[in-house]
Design a protein around this ligand. Structure first.
Ligand SMILES: Cc1cc2nc3c(=O)[nH]c(=O)nc-3n(C[C@H](O)[C@H](O)[C@H](O)COP(=O)(O)OP(=O)(O)OC[C@H]3O[C@@H](n4cnc5c(N)ncnc54)[C@H](O)[C@@H]3O)c2cc1C
Length: 301
């Protein structure tokens, strides 16, 4: 690995060969060459501008939508867990939120301040940066319709202020400016009754625990729902509920979830994803696309 000249003055925490299984909700994934948690935006800018220009870089939230291959990630992972997590009311019903704030914390902050529209965030087990990158949503709500501005940073450490119009935004998909990463966003909510919002959150979370295998090692929905259909329905109709490869198993409770039932390897999960896609294509004639992002070095052995 190339030396990074002024890392001495970067104040964040830097680790080498850090197992990414410690940072993903499936608890799988090999090591990242370098793993950095910045202290603040200035520190992040300095760190990024010091990296070699050809360094692979990926930003990480809570790894709740990420499959990292067993051989790990050649490059630098920037973790925002415990960093850039500010949450502030800025003007009438608007908030500025750091990309490292958790979605659950954002939902609670809204309730306390009698703001509505963000209740769905309570059920998303990730950070705001991940929610922006994925256009996370649930129960009819989505991240981007609430965005006024996003603030991004590039590998030179330069920051930008952007709006939704600067991206192509669709269901669980955000494209554009792929050479920049989210550092914060301003959100517009509506004023309402915090207690009512809390009741709605409780109802949403109850519904979620009735229909999804919460509490087990998963990445939520593995596949995007195809137009006018449900990935879970198609997988179930292909008789794949409970099907397993190694310790990776199609959940018997919700067929669009893959569970790590013990010591699954990333390769078990990836093989199961490929198998599901093949079987659903054969039996239902539909191509399922992954919602989960897959990264890391391919094992050619
Ligand atoms: C039990 C369970 C239930 C779930 N339910 C839902 C649900 O209802 N709805 C839903 O939409 N999702 C759901 N998910 C998936 C996941 O929680 C969301 O996609 C979430 O937004 C991912 O956030 P994260 O911080 O964990 O992102 P990560 O998994 O860490 O990253 C996801 C992607 O975003 C990129 N990224 C992360 N941070 C940044 C940043 N700052 N700038 C640019 N790119 C970045 C990463 O590089 C990666 O490509 C669920 C997951 C689990 C485990």
């Amino acid at each position: 690995m190339m030396a990074v000249s002024s890392l001495r003055i970067c104040k964040g925490k830097q680790l080498f060969d850090e197992p990414l299984s410690k940072h993903t909700s499936w608890r799988v994934g090999g090591p990242a060459d370098r793993f950095y948690t910045p202290t603040d935006i200035e520190d992040l800018a300095l760190f990024l501008s010091d990296l070699p220009l050809d360094e692979n870089i990926i930003f990480l939230g809570l790894g709740s939508n990420l499959l990292v291959r067993d051989k790990g990630f050649r490059g630098t992972v920037i973790s925002l867990k415990g960093s850039l997590s500010q949450l502030e009311l800025i003007e009438d019903n608007s908030l500025t939120v750091g990309a490292g704030a958790s979605c659950a914390k954002l939902a609670r902050f809204c309730q306390r301040n009698n703001l509505t529209g963000g209740e769905f965030f309570a059920g998303i087990p990730g950070l705001l940066g991940g929610a922006l990158a994925m256009n996370a949503g649930a129960f009819g709500g989505e991240t981007w319709p609430l965005v006024k501005f996003v603030y991004t940073i590039n590998r030179q450490g330069k920051t930008f202020k952007r709006t939704a119009e600067d991206y192509e935004i669709a269901y669980r998909s955000v494209t554009g400016h792929s050479d920049e990463w989210f550092v914060s966003a301003d959100f517009q909510f509506e004023s309402g009754d915090g207690e009512q919002a809390a009741l709605r959150v409780k109802a949403l979370l109850d519904k979620r625990s009735q229909t999804q295998p919460t509490g087990l090692l998963s990445c939520g929905s593995v596949f995007k729902n195809p137009h006018n259909d449900y990935a879970a329905r198609l997988i179930e109709a292909s008789n794949l509920k409970g099907y397993s490869i190694g310790n990776a198993e199609v959940s018997a409770k919700h067929a669009n979830f893959i569970i790590n039932t013990g010591k699954a390897k990333a390769s078990d999960i990836e093989s199961l994803i490929n198998y599901i896609q093949k079987k659903v294509k054969q039996e239902q004639g539909i191509d399922l696309c992954t919602e989960v992002k897959i990264i890391g070095e391919i094992d050619n052995d």
